[in-house]
Design a protein around this ligand. Sequence first.
Ligand code: GLU
Length: 282
Amino acid sequence: MYTGRFAPSPSGPLHMGSLIAAAASWLDARAAGGRWLVRIEDLDRPRCMPGAADAMLRTLDRLGLHWDGEVLCQSRRLEHYRAALDKLARQTYWCGCTRREIADSSLGLASDGAHIYPGTCRHGTARKRALRVRTTAEPISFVDRVQGRCQQVLEQDIGDFVLYRADGLFAYQLAVVVDDAAQGITDVVRGADLLDSTPRQIYLQQLLGLPTPRYLHVPVALDTAGGKLSKQTAAAPIETDPCALRRALAFLGQSEAGTLDQALRGWDPQLILRRRAMALAP
Ligand code: GLU
């Protein structure tokens, strides 16, 4: 059965960017007669804002984006991430590099702006700062339902990436893979800022023997000045925008729809523009 999910990080109130992802994922799931789950990605404690998760859930509910079952919180699932790390023991190694050392030895910048890690500690180090997974030169490709064929060679485009930090933080890439599988997610619908994370997630699914869901990445909403709308740039919370849902639907190409019901009846993901980012109409 189709099972979709919305997986916000509770670092602030729901904003237009996250509403667009939530609406797309809800519509795609409900149009398929499927289930729609919500997962709170609250692993990075310093970035979580107290009360934000509850506020997001209230906003989803008020807009009619009702979810099925219990809301899963990543902060309560640490033993599952630990178990996945144990399974990956033969493919991981401790890295002792500081940020500065990584910047100095970097093979360049990955498309998400992070340094490509050259594998400095692959053959051992006495320092334990982060646990990395060994990547390979085997291309990883997938066909995104909106963005089309995407491919990365992880070793060259990303480098061995972090799964766990010695201060106790499990990485998003690991947690998302473990949780998507645990929740039986068949379809991931989310913002295209995560398109470049998808090959890493597919790689981990393969190493852990987990199924790969279908992916659909919607464009990231930019403000009219071309900047990313996000909690960090203090995009207005949608609570103060009575047209928020209609603007989100129009952004998704469903401009005939004024309400969620109409959007559901006419839902056509082919109308979503094949762009990584685009301006959100005021
Ligand atoms: N928690 C991530 C975010 O808020 C989304 C993760 C995902 O959908 O895979 O950006």
